[in-house]
Write a protein that binds this ligand. Structure first.
Ligand SMILES: [Zn+2]
Length: 80
């Protein structure tokens, strides 16, 4: 069951259907998916879990992304 987000309006959001991998504190991988009605996570938590929160943070652009990943790659050959 999807958990409605407090911080992101997921209804008709362009990321609906996108799945984000989240590494949990014990090193397990979980998958958080955005639905029209909110987020769902593959972990067993029945409440909105920290994995979902971490994905919300990523979407909102807080911390998480390393700068090297965020920069688009430009091919220098094209600019000559
Ligand atoms: Zn979770």
């Amino acid at each position: 069951m999807a958990h409605p987000s407090d911080v992101i309006n997921t209804r008709q959001h362009p990321f609906v259907g996108v799945t984000w991998p989240v590494t949990g504190s014990r090193g397990n991988d979980y998958y958080v998916r955005m639905y029209d009605s909110g987020f769902d996570c593959s972990c067993i938590a029945f409440r909105k879990c920290k994995h979902i929160r971490s994905v919300e943070d990523r979407i909102l652009g807080k911390n998480i992304f390393k700068k090297s990943e965020k920069k688009p790659l430009h091919l220098r050959e094209n600019s000559v």
